[in-house]
Design a protein around this ligand. Structure first.
Ligand code: ADP
Length: 628
């Protein structure tokens, strides 16, 4: 078994450069994982941390069930193949492949058996007596693979192994490495900057940018459902087209409006997961469409463009063009008005033609203009709902219900507001009822489309709910965001409480032994830390750890009113948030404010707050990083 688990892995180099941020992935046995992204995004650093060639600044790396952060590379049962084959020039192929095994003092007979077996798999049996310089690049790369193969490792790590080869050989070696993976039944982790390599080889791909994971998914999901504009543009050639647009909904149709005044229509059904606030015609949105999803016609409808170049590749052609300006005229100077389409069997399209591009309405992508994140998440992060109120009651989802006190004080007399309802805040209950128009399976979850007038409310439901049912539910009010005229006035209460504090240690004698105890100090409140957390903080920050400030994060349910005589953090009560179904006191201690769950009728000036410390996460405030 060679499953790997990377949990909140960070790498900060000695010069302070943060090369990898919060990298987490569970890799199953026998997967072929590809790390892909532009040069400098942290792919090799991550691979080298897995290999043990680079220390891990924070986070846990498990191979099988063993924590290997501090394990020597040679003990990790991993083999690595590099871009530069790093073969010894004075040794024969056989000697190169045997070298590592001889170093490990393996009996010569077993070495021979392993080398011959690997040579057979890689088809280099005839070259075993040659020296590397008498071999081609492809053959040398095979020897490099062979040197890894003979070790019979649990995990293969490959760092751009094909980038020194020419295009044709690269394609051939791609196929060979994929076949090798299938025959070996071993876990492969492969680093490349080439998206074609990633798409053709990986069972799952990790797309990285500037040290951050952008998306982890199968090749087809990356292509069909890119999480953001970066992934959308990185995967696929020629690149996806992007345009600045606004969207306007009119019942069943959404009009995509381009800067030059051109329009494209898309059925609302195709984009129903986009929040309604993007569909009013005034919020900037990025429209994405792949070249292969554009039909080019001599007649409209579609986006009129002038053909500036045609690349004929046999049965398909790549057509390059420029959209017209707002007067419908074509100037070559404009930036951001280029369009690329991939068409089949179209010898009739010539440079200079004025033609029309019709995007396939089933293949459209939309991204937020600021965050560049998709507006068509598989599970929408929010449902936006308009609410009317008279200050006492509110009209929500067709029902007239009491306005929670917390909402009333946040809206400050406004007679309407917008609620952002995350699907997870919709729970079975008796307050509302909507018909289930559709149920979609998303990974292992069931997403219900609840018919809410002309729109949908998206909820996650259990197996007992079916299409056509009337679903009865309640809202967890404290999980909703509330805005008045587009300005957020009340934020959902987070599931976690975050408090700043310091770290300390104390040495005590226990049964004639000196034992170290570690503590988190929040104001005067002293919480004992788990010893393994204490040692970890100490390992990362050295003796400075007793001087630094840390952020301690814990589940909100672990923060509670202290029992009588129990130690805790003494706080002033500065307000209350009553959501109707649940209530919180807003408290303050040493300038830090936070919320604590209380009974509906609770009232006090001062409280003592205790934390059940079994599950505290610790973040460095010096460099934003989860330590443990
Ligand atoms: P990739 O493999 O994606 O090209 P790397 O993992 O090699 O990227 O590098 C990620 C970032 O870390 C880059 O900005 C690189 O300059 C930096 N980096 C790599 N090695 C070191 C080092 N030893 N010291 C400081 N910075 C480094």
């Amino acid at each position: 078994m060679a499953n790997l688990k990377l949990s909140h892995i960070y790498k900060v180099y000695d010069n302070g450069h943060k090369a990898v941020n919060d990298f987490s992935i569970d890799i199953a046995d026998r997967e072929f994982i590809v790390f892909v992204g532009p040069s400098g995004c942290g792919k090799s650093t991550t691979l080298r941390m897995i290999a043990g060639l680079e220390t891990i600044t924070a986070g846990d790396l498990l191979i099988g069930d063993t924590l290997v952060n501090d394990m020597e590379p040679k003990d990790r049962d991993i083999a690595m193949v590099f871009q530069s084959y790093a073969l010894y020039p004075h040794m024969t192929v056989y000697e190169n492949m045997a070298f590592g095994l001889r170093n490990r003092k393996m009996p010569e007979a077993e070495i021979k058996e392993r080398v011959l077996k690997a040579a057979k798999i890689l088809d280099i049996e005839d070259y075993l007596d040659r020296k590397p310089k008498a071999m081609s690049g492809g053959q040398r790369q095979r020897v490099a693979l062979g040197r890894a193969l003979v070790r019979d490792p649990k995990v293969f790590l490959l760092d751009e192994p094909l980038s020194n080869l020419d295009a044709k050989l690269r394609a051939a070696m791609r196929t060979e490495i994929t076949a090798l993976h299938k025959s070996l039944n071993t876990t492969f982790i492969y680093v490349t900057h080439d998206q074609v390599e990633a798409m053709t080889m990986g069972t799952r791909i990790v797309v990285m940018k500037l040290g951050y994971v952008q998306q982890i998914d199968t090749p087809m999901n990356l292509y069909n459902e890119p999480y953001n504009k970066f992934v959308a543009g990185f995967i696929g050639t020629p690149q996806m087209n992007f345009f600045d647009v606004t969207l306007k909904r009119d019942h069943e149709t959404v009009t995509v409006m381009f800067a030059n005044g051109d329009e494209v229509k898309v059925p609302y059904e195709n984009v129903s997961k986009i929040q309604s606030r993007y569909l009013n015609g005034d919020v900037p949105v990025i429209f994405g469409i792949r070249p292969e999803h554009i039909r080019v016609g001599k007649e409209g409808p579609g986006l009129k463009f002038v053909v500036t170049n045609v690349e004929r590749l046999g049965n398909e052609s790549i057509v390059y063009g420029k959209l017209g300006d707002h007067l419908g005229e074509f100037t070559m100077k404009d930036e951001g008005n280029g369009i690329v389409a991939k068409v089949i069997d179209r010898s009739d399209i010539e440079v200079g033609d004025i033609v029309y591009a019709e995007p396939d309405p089933d293949k459209v992508h939309f991204f937020d203009a600021d965050t560049e994140v998709t507006l068509m998440d598989k599970i929408p992060p929010f449902n936006s709902v308009e609410v009317q109120t008279d200050g006492i009651r509110m009209n929500l989802l067709g029902n007239n219900v009491a306005l929670p006190e917390a909402f009333g004080s946040a809206i400050d007399g406004a007679d309407s507001f917008e609620l952002n309802i995350p699907p997870r805040a919709i729970v079975p209950g008796n307050d509302f009822a909507l018909r289930v128009a559709r149920i979609e399976k998303v990974d292992n979850k069931r997403l219900a489309y609840l018919q809410n007038g002309e729109s949908y409310l998206f909820a996650l439901v259990g197996e007992e709910v079916h299409e056509g049912d009337v679903y009865k539910f309640a809202l967890e009010n404290e999980k909703l965001d509330l805005s008045v005229n587009g300005t957020e006035v009340l934020k959902a209460i987070e599931d976690e409480v975050s408090l700043l504090g310091t770290f300390s240690k104390r040495e005590v004698r226990e049964n004639h032994e000196r034992v170290l105890h570690f503590f988190y100090n929040i104001g005067d409140y002293v919480l004992e830390a788990a010893p393994e957390q204490g040692y970890k903080i100490n390992a990362i920050d050295g003796d400075n750890c007793y001087k630094y400030t840390y952020r301690f994060v814990t589940d909100r349910n672990a923060v509670r009113l202290a029992n009588e005589d129990e130690p805790g953090l003494d706080c002033n009560v500065i307000g209350y948030c009553n959501y109707g179904n649940i209530s919180f006191a807003k408290v303050e201690a040493g300038g830090q404010e936070f919320l604590i769950k209380v009974d509906q009728l609770f009232y006090a000036d001062k409280v003592r707050v205790a934390i059940d410390s079994s599950d505290v996460s610790v973040y460095s405030t010096r460099i934003d990083m989860k330590i443990c």
